[in-house]
Design a binder for this molecule. Structure first.
Ligand SMILES: [Zn+2]
Length: 566
């Protein structure tokens, strides 16, 4: 191994010109600067403090990289020969000339024909290491960021291929010497990390990205805190809490009854969270959302080849919920075969996948729910009597919102809080009339309707303004037949008000949009905008499954429809 000191070559020194008259300094044909190292150290310190170590590192690596590219041009002009070895050594001499570092070559192997490159350089008195030793304090990792950028850039430019130099030891992190090793980029395992440092990443895009992540997280965090928490203080609500908490301890199968939108899934999740299964999975299934011929395989799994399209074996929701809880909403929609299979799980704790003869054991707590009468369904033969009795051992009736008027204000405050955070705005709350209208409404869609209403009203209301009654109940402005009385009651002034109420907005939508297709497009756009382009979230808003939404979007696209932003 030959050690070769690369001092500043006198010929290179002659290329530095001080132009006193114009106050400029030139290195060959490139204008350069003389500036105090301490100033650069302070600049670096500020960057680390304001942007963090990783970003500061990227800045200086890229600074070195652009210096290195210029050095390659100088080397090509100033080197004695065009031999790769000479060119590269000239490049390192330029390092020294500019006062960055003094270089000892430990090893330099260049074989262009075979694509071989290997280099080791000891860097003495690196200006970067010095900054960290004297001004910035030692780091845990090498600090000669601009030097590796510089070396990587000019060797890559001179050899016409991507060479990456890394600093193996560094005085800036307490080693004795700064040692640089260079190899073709693809020979380093972590080349991707370095490429990232060398590529510019505008911080503003990252900020926007973070901003949108925060708002989604706020939403999620909040969602989580409400899922596990019952909200309310009415006697009806507290009764539900008491029953749910007892059920949680007992591992019993629970049947949740109540109108649509009363929060059955919240209660199911609360039971799960309060049980000793809380660290295992909670799997929620809406049986009405799955086609009847697929429900059995969805719930209980399927073996490869069981039917056309079953190209792989996969586990069903029950296996996935093993040791946890499964929530079967709209359980009344189960096909007869699925009902039989569910009964077996409840009685024996075992199941067979569709098309399989192997029996599998599962340990799953079942919470079922329905808003129709299972008793009626048993009478008409739609639901198995034995399954009904099995499910009905521990029924919990969740009262509709109109029977829990004590909870209304609490819920309104909760949802306002939630959507203020989500939409990053703060309204002045409900106007007096709006509050009265809420109190007098009978909430057929229950808590879910309340939440939707508040979210929509908040979109319509500017920060600092009160939420008006018409923002909450926009249909009020549609027609003269229904108005708000002075004490906040919805009153109808026409005979066939109910029918008109339900059809007027349809007329309005058709007038505005023209066709059903246009209306559908508007709905999709509305949901996608509200979900910030997140398809799953948009599907949730529309109350349809993600595949259904994806299919509809595709259909719209095929028709050449562009999203109309509203
Ligand atoms: Zn170093």
């Amino acid at each position: 191994m030959d050690h070769l000191k690369l001092p500043v070559n006198p010929q290179l020194c002659q290329q530095v010109r001080f132009d006193e008259r114009d106050g400029q300094i030139w290195l060959d044909e490139q204008r350069v600067l003389l500036m105090q190292l301490i100033a650069l150290a302070e600049f670096r310190k500020e960057q680390i403090e304001t942007l963090g170590l990783e970003r500061a590192k990227g800045f200086f690596m890229r600074l070195g990289y652009s210096i290195g590219k210029k050095d390659a041009q100088l080397a090509l002009r100033l080197s004695q020969s065009k031999e790769p070895l000479d060119l590269i050594r000239t490049g390192f001499s330029l390092h020294s000339l500019k006062g960055f570092v003094r270089v000892d070559e430990q090893q330099l192997e260049v074989d262009q024909a075979n694509g071989h490159f290997y280099a080791e350089y000891i860097m003495h008195d690196s200006y970067e290491a010095e900054m960290f030793c004297t001004e910035l304090g030692q780091l845990e990792e090498p600090v000669c960021w601009s030097l590796i950028g510089q070396a990587s850039a000019f060797t890559s430019a001179l050899l016409g291929r991507e060479i990456l130099f890394k600093e193996i030891t560094c005085r800036g992190c307490g080693d004795n010497t700064c040692l640089l090793v260079g190899k073709p980029a693809e020979e380093w395992d972590d080349v991707a990390t370095y490429r990232k440092y060398f590529s510019r990443s505008p911080i503003i895009e990252e900020l926007y990205e973070l901003q949108s992540q925060i708002s989604v997280l706020r939403h999620k965090v909040d969602k989580k805190s409400t899922l596990g928490n019952f909200r309310g203080q009415s006697p009806g609500f507290q009764h539900v809490c008491k029953l749910a908490n007892r059920a949680a301890d007992a591992n019993v199968t629970v049947l949740l009854l109540g109108e649509t939108g009363v929060g059955k899934e919240l209660v199911a999740r609360a039971i799960h969270d309060a049980s000793n299964r809380e660290n295992k999975k909670f799997v929620a299934v809406n049986c009405a959302a799955i086609p009847p011929d697929l429900i059995e395989s969805e719930l209980f799994g399927v073996e490869k080849g069981a039917f056309t399209g079953a190209s792989n074996s996969r586990e069903g929701k029950f296996e996935r919920a093993h040791q946890g809880t499964i929530f079967l909403d709209e359980v009344i929609e189960l096909s007869p075969r699925a009902q039989a299979a569910l009964l077996r799980v409840l009685q024996e704790g075992e199941l067979e996948r569709v098309g399989d003869s192997q029996t599998r054991k599962v340990d799953v707590r079942v919470v079922a729910a329905t808003n129709e009468s299972l008793e009626e369904a048993v009478k008409t033969g739609r639901f198995r009597a034995d399954l009904y009795y099995r499910l009905n051992v521990y029924p919990i009736h969740i009262p509709p919102l109109r029977e829990r008027s004590e909870d209304l204000i609490l819920l309104i405050e909760h949802f306002l809080e939630k959507y203020h955070a989500y939409y990053s705005k703060r309204t002045a709350g409900l106007s007096g009339l709006a509050m009265q209208a809420m109190m007098n409404y009978d909430w057929p869609g229950n808590v879910r309707e309340l939440e939707n209403l508040i979210e929509r009203a908040l979109i319509l209301t500017d920060s600092g303004e009160e939420i008006s009654a018409t923002a909450l109940f926009p249909t009020l402005s549609f027609k003269a037949s229904q108005t708000l009385s002075e004490d906040g009651h919805l009153i109808d002034s026409s005979e066939n008000d109910a029918k008109q109420h339900s059809t007027l907005w349809i007329q309005e939508a058709l007038n505005d949009c023209g066709s059903l297709e246009d209306i559908e497009q508007k709905f999709l756009d509305y949901a996608l905008d509200n979900a910030q382009g997140n398809v799953s979230e948009a599907a949730r808003i529309l109350g349809i499954s993600r595949p259904t939404l994806a299919y509809r979007m595709k259909k719209m696209e095929e028709k050449g429809r562009k999203r109309i932003r509203t």
